[in-house]
Design a protein. Sequence first.
Length: 94
Amino acid sequence: MTKPTEGRLVWNHSTHMSGLIPILERLIKQDGIQTVTPGQIGRVKGHSPHLQLRISVPIRGGFKAIARHGKTVQEVFILTSLDQNQLQERSPLQ
């Protein structure tokens, strides 16, 4: 029996939302996750008191997720063989 391979977390820039990296490190340990890439950070009008990671839209080879905490939002791109329901169920914030 082969050991499942761990996904890869891409460090493409130095700015990440506070608390997001430990969540993404837990996500890449899930079976079926190949690559997780944090993307652009932005500001929103609404306020989210707790860190949330919500699967947003399908992309080629996976999904885009939106991480929110306070008034900060960050895109997260997840390359995976899982479907949207499976990915949402395995999200570390569930």
